[in-house]
Design a protein around this ligand. Structure first.
Ligand code: RB5
Length: 147
């Protein structure tokens, strides 16, 4: 069974539930690291929980949702091996898979609506990394990480 890990903060709790429902309908086994309500929490906690499990290889891909997606991406990108991308439209989402091999999709529940979030989730899941010259660039990013 395909599996995916997801987390959010209070700003995105309702959106996360809808995205999870969609992922399950697509046949995914979904691991939800929280949060579990709309009560105020600190987004780095959830960013780290998802990023560590993607970086370790336990999950190939993850999804993080907060108010803007930005805080989640900043925090997740501190974890070695993570390429977390904030996406607000279809083109960026497709490109961040095809060119950047993004392994975490970050979205902002105060920026896009749920229909868009589900659309972007599908693109994130369905677009393959193109490799080739783009792999060279990913390896250059890895070199920066190892510096
Ligand atoms: C929480 O109010 C908000 O700061 C958070 O959801 C996120 O947008 C941070 O980047």
């Amino acid at each position: 069974m395909k599996k995916i890990i997801i987390g959010c903060d209070h700003a995105a709790y309702d959106m996360k539930l809808e995205v999870i429902e969609h992922l399950k309908a697509r046949g995914y086994d979904v691991t939800d690291v929280g949060c579990d309500s709309s009560e105020s929490v600190h987004y780095p906690v959830y960013a780290l929980a998802v990023a560590e499990k993607v970086a370790s290889g336990e999950f190939e891909k993850g999804i993080l949702i907060c108010g803007t997606g930005i805080g989640m991406s900043i925090a997740a990108n501190k974890v070695k091996g993570i390429r977390a991308a904030v996406c607000e439209n279809e083109f960026s989402t497709e490109m961040t898979r095809a060119h950047n091999d993004a392994n975490i999709l970050c979205m902002g529940a105060r920026v896009i609506d749920t229909d868009k979030a589900i659309k972007l989730t599908d693109i994130f899941l369905d677009t393959a990394f193109m490799g080739d010259k783009h792999l060279t660039r990913i390896n250059m990013i890895k070199d920066i990480e190892n510096k």
